[in-house]
Design a binder for this molecule. Structure first.
Ligand code: ADP
Length: 162
């Protein structure tokens, strides 16, 4: 049976850090669903449809053999319910620094309390991506800084227009 992993996040916007986690996760799962959160209470800069488009365009830089294993979808229900609806039991998250730990620890614990069969695994991105975060990308871009080393070309082009 093929192992399906769900990689949830806001991806507002997708960065090289996310792409690194996506590629690494393909050595762990047979199929990966990049699940883009459509949580209206979070103030996203980029609309859900544009975030999905940017992910679809950005993953084209991955090796072709990997692309057939990836799906990109949006979800707006509870993550554990969404994971179950995909017949999956594995959540993948990325870890950068200690600062990510507390949030991830709480989220994993909450998810486990709702559904004990769902496992979360954490992957670390390559050191060169440790300092990349969507939040900082947005701030640096707003102030006119160079983000070309942090986000793929489709994101760079998109942000240049808004
Ligand atoms: P969320 O709003 O759910 O935290 P994000 O899009 O910010 O969504 O992140 C999705 C996941 O990717 C999280 O587990 C986050 O820690 C991870 N991630 C984001 N950027 C990086 C990076 N540069 N290196 C490793 N993991 C990352």
């Amino acid at each position: 049976m093929s192992k399906i992993g769900i990689y949830p996040g806001s991806f507002d916007p997708i960065t090289y850090g996310h792409l690194d986690i996506i590629q690494r996760s393909l050595s762990v799962v047979d199929e990966l669903v990049i699940a883009v959160s459509n949580n209206k209470s979070k103030n996203h800069l980029i609309s859900i449809d544009d975030r999905l488009n940017l992910i679809n365009q950005s993953i084209l830089s991955l090796p072709e053999k990997d692309l057939s294993k990836i799906k990109v979808e949006k979800f707006d229900n509870l993550l554990v319910h969404y994971v179950k609806s995909k017949n999956a039991s594995l959540i993948i998250r990325g870890l950068r620094a200690v600062s990510d730990f507390e949030y991830e620890f709480l989220m994993t614990g909450m998810n486990r309390s709702i559904d004990k069969d769902i496992e979360t695994i954490f992957l670390m991105s390559s050191e060169k991506y440790h300092f990349i975060s969507s939040r900082f990308i947005k701030e640096i871009h707003k102030l006119g800084g160079d983000i070309s080393k942090s986000v793929p070309k489709p994101v760079l082009d998109f942000l240049a227009k808004i």
